[in-house]
Structures are given as C-alpha cells and as structure tokens.
Design a binder for this molecule. Structure first.
Ligand code: NDP
Length: 305
C-alpha cells in the first residue's frame, strides 16, 4: 500500500459542512451565533488570519464583529473592551488575535475572556477542563490535529504518540488530547536529549516546532503517521533545492514569490511514513474550521443545549 496523504482541505470542508448543519439545527430562539474578533496593531500576518476568519463566518452564516481599537491602547483599555463583550448577549465567542503589541499584558487579557466565550480555548479554566476530561472549548489547531486523525480512522487507543513542541497553543494541548484519546504520549522539547530516539518510536508523530525540515527520514518509524503543524517560509534557494529537489511546481512558486512554505518535516521522510499531512494543505487548513465549530459550540453550551 502506498503512502496516504491526509488532505486537510477535504477534512476542513467536511467539518464546515457539519458546522453548517449544526447551525441549521439550532432552535430559532438562539438566532445566529456571533463571533467578536479583536485585532490590535498592524501585524500583516494577523491581518490575513483575521480577514480569513471573518470571511469564514460570512460563508457559514455566523455573525462576526471585528473590533480594531487604536494600536496604542493599554491593557486596562483592552480589558474594558473584553468586559463589554463578555456581557453582550449577541456575542457567543471572543477571539483576541495574537500576538498583541508589547505594551499589552496578553496573559491578563486572555484570562479576562469569559471561559464560556473563549473560542480559542486558551483560558486556564478551559485548559484545566481539557486536562481533567471535562466538556470544554479546546484550542483550534490541536483540535484540528485530532479531527484529522479521527476522521482518517487512525487508531489512537494504545498508539505510541510523540509530540515535538510544548507550547501552550499547540504542543501541550495536543499531548493532552492524545492522552485523552488513550494514546501513550511522549512530549519532546528543546531540552530533550535524544530526539531521534523518541521520534523513531512514534506510531503517530506530531511536530509543532517551527524549524523547517527538523524531522528527517532517519527519525521516522516506517509506516508512522506524520502530522506536521509547522509553517515555515523558505527564502533561501539552497534550502529549496535541498528539501524539494526536482519539484518544478515549488521552484516556480519560489521564482514568482521569492519564497515557499514548508513544515517541520523534511519531505524526504514521506517515503518512510505510512501517512502524512502536507504543508500547505494539512493542519493549517483545519484551524479556521475548528474556530467556526467552537463558535457554534459556545453558542449552544451557553444556552444549555
Ligand atoms: P512555539 O515557538 O511557541 O513552540 C515551539 C516548541 O518547539 C517549543 O516548545 C520548543 O521547546 C520546541 N522546540 C524548539 N526547537 C526544538 C528542537 N530542536 N527540538 C525539540 N523541540 C524544539 O511555536 P508554536 O507551538 O506556536 O508553533 C509551532 C509551529 O506551528 C510554528 O511553525 C507555527 O507557525 C505553527 N503553527 C501552525 C498553526 C496552524 O497550522 N494553523 C497554528 C499555530 C502554530 P521549548 O518549549 O523547550 O522552548
């Protein structure tokens, strides 16, 4: 059997269609769920993410409210905005786009979001609920990773799962979710002494580091499932040729844009594994679909449905 490509775009389309069905099934008195997105500053990547989130809401029939306070606002001023959104009945989900400008205490802001409206799943209450197996709003990217595995019918119970990366946004919650799904989980990080020793044991290898090509073919167990969360921009021609030898399509993109996007897995590892998520078109495709899912979930949970 050949290597399976786990198509994030197709899986995301399936999730959007499920969300659309859930929206249709909401009782009339609930109305259409509302998502408030707060964007502070002028980070160009954030602008694109926020635009895509607002667009996805529009396509599904979720109301979106984009707030763009002045870039110089203080933590206290942002807390006033969050407090107002917490109290609004027409707002089901609140998302504060990260990163926030340096003058703002991001931790205080994220902790001020009402846990019931915390569609990013970053509030300590939701983190605690995730770790204790309770119903919660869970972070979008890790939830997307689990959706890919489950919808692709990859067995999780008893599987050796290795997660490389332990950020609060991706690595840690992914480990928690895999554990909750009965995998045997190892979490690796910068202090891990012998990374290849761990990765070679993995039936499921999730990589969320942000280093292009960190995971080489020699680090992968034959037949393993590779979930590549990393998103890295390659601007160096030598790296392009090293990671994508003979790839005419990528070379053309590089000529046109001066860069290509790749994950944390060296594409040479694809020949060893049993299945993998491509970059782009893998995990990245799921994140916004999961945000839509969480917004509808928040709307339902808040009303006891
Ligand atoms: P962070 O920088 O917050 O975390 C990176 C993690 O990798 C840290 O835990 C760090 O360890 C670990 N690490 C760094 N170098 C090594 C190494 N050589 N060996 C083992 N572990 C290492 O990144 P994020 O978790 O936010 O993001 C990770 C990647 O995923 C990025 O490329 C990002 O762009 C992408 N991403 C993609 C998303 C999507 O698909 N929608 C969403 C979010 C992120 P330590 O903790 O010890 O420092």
């Amino acid at each position: 059997m050949g290597t399976r490509i786990l198509d994030g775009l197709a899986i995301a389309a399936g999730i959007r269609s499920d969300v659309s069905q859930q929206l249709q099934q909401l009782p009339e008195w609930v109305g259409s769920p509302g998502l408030a997105v707060v964007l502070v500053g002028d980070n160009s990547a954030s602008e694109i993410y926020v635009r895509n989130k607002v667009k996805a809401c529009g396509e599904l029939g979720i109301r979106s409210l984009l707030l763009r306070p002045v870039p110089t606002l203080t933590t206290d001023e942002l807390l006033v905005i969050i407090d107002e959104l917490n109290g609004r009945d027409d707002v089901d989900g609140i998302l504060v786009q990260l990163p926030l400008p340096a003058q703002i205490d991001a931790k205080r802001v994220l902790e001020a979001i009402a846990p019931a409206k915390d569609v990013d799943g970053f509030h300590p209450v939701n983190v605690g609920r995730l770790h204790t197996g309770q119903e919660c709003l869970s972070p979008c990217t890790p939830t997307g990773v689990l959706e890919i595995l489950q919808r692709s019918r990859i067995p999780l119970t008893g599987a050796e799962a290795v997660v490389v990366g332990r950020s609060d946004i991706v690595g840690k919650p992914t480990s928690a979710m895999l554990l909750r799904a009965n995998a045997t989980v190892t979490t690796c990080h910068i202090h891990t002494v012998d990374l290849p020793k761990h990765t070679r044991e993995a039936d499921i290898l999730v990589v969320a580091v942000g280093k292009p090509g960190l995971i080489t073919a020699a680090m992968v167990k034959p037949g393993a499932v590779l979930i590549d969360v990393g998103i890295n921009r390659i601007t160096n021609r030598e790296e392009l040729e090293r990671f994508f030898p003979g790839d005419a399509a990528r070379a053309a993109t590089f000529e046109k844009r001066g860069s290509v996007v790749m994950g944390d897995v060296d594409p040479a590892a694809y020949a060893v594994c049993g299945a993998y998520t491509p970059v782009p078109g893998g995990v990245g495709a799921l994140t916004i679909a999961m945000l839509m899912h969480n917004t509808v979930k928040a709307a339902r949970m808040r009303r006891g449905l």
